[in-house]
Write a protein of this length. Structure first.
Length: 202
């Protein structure tokens, strides 16, 4: 009789476990380099030698990591850089002088043409970078998460188009540019996981 009760108890426990939505946050990782417990979305930068919150990438031109506290300023820097390059492009174009023949025109404007090509390429690259970072900010994603999604532990169980941190374009951009406090990403991850549980009846 005691056996049947224990079997019945075990069966009911399994049934209850299957009914409880699996919304637990993935276990926090411990950094293999500095042995600190990393918060969600953090990553160790081997170039800088420390863990960075909401790691985006390491910028070799600035010799600094881009993360939670300076990503917005990096985007503003790209915007200012693009405006300066477009202004330089305008000044270069205004300095091009007419010539009586193609040979004379090339001889007079060869330095300006070389500058025009250099500034034009730099403007195009900066515009693409700015567009990419504005897009990532609008969906609340980082370059690291976007490029290495299959290797990020807390994104492995999400669908290809699913982002557990996405709160809509307006909220994402507001948080990105206007929020100056540290964000607990585990809480947002857990809330979105709970709302996306399939088969719930209300």
């Amino acid at each position: 009789m005691s056996v049947s009760v224990s079997q019945g108890g075990q069966g009911s426990e399994e049934e209850m476990e299957s009914m409880i939505p699996q919304t637990s946050t993935p276990r926090l990782r411990r950094c293999g380099y500095c042995f600190l417990q990393q918060p969600m979305r953090a990553k160790h930068c081997q170039t800088c030698g420390h863990c960075v919150r909401r790691f985006d990438h390491h910028c070799p031109w600035l010799e600094n990591c881009i993360g939670e506290r300076n990503h917005r300023w990096f985007t503003v820097f790209l915007l200012v850089q693009l405006l300066a390059l477009l202004w330089a492009l305008h000044i270069t174009l205004s300095g091009v002088l007419p010539g009586a023949s193609w040979e004379q025109w090339l001889r007079v404007n060869c330095v300006l043409l070389a500058t025009l090509v250099l500034v034009g390429v730099s403007s195009a690259v900066t515009a693409v970078l700015l567009g990419c970072h504005l897009y990532l900010a609008s969906i609340n994603c980082t370059t690291w998460e976007f490029m290495a999604r299959h290797r990020v532990s807390y994104l492995k169980n999400c669908g290809d188009e699913e982002n557990p941190f996405d709160r809509g374009v307006a909220c994402n951009l507001w948080d990105f540019f206007c929020m100056c406090r540290t964000v607990v990403w585990e809480g947002l991850y857990r809330r979105n996981a709970m709302t996306s549980q399939p088969g719930e009846d209300h």
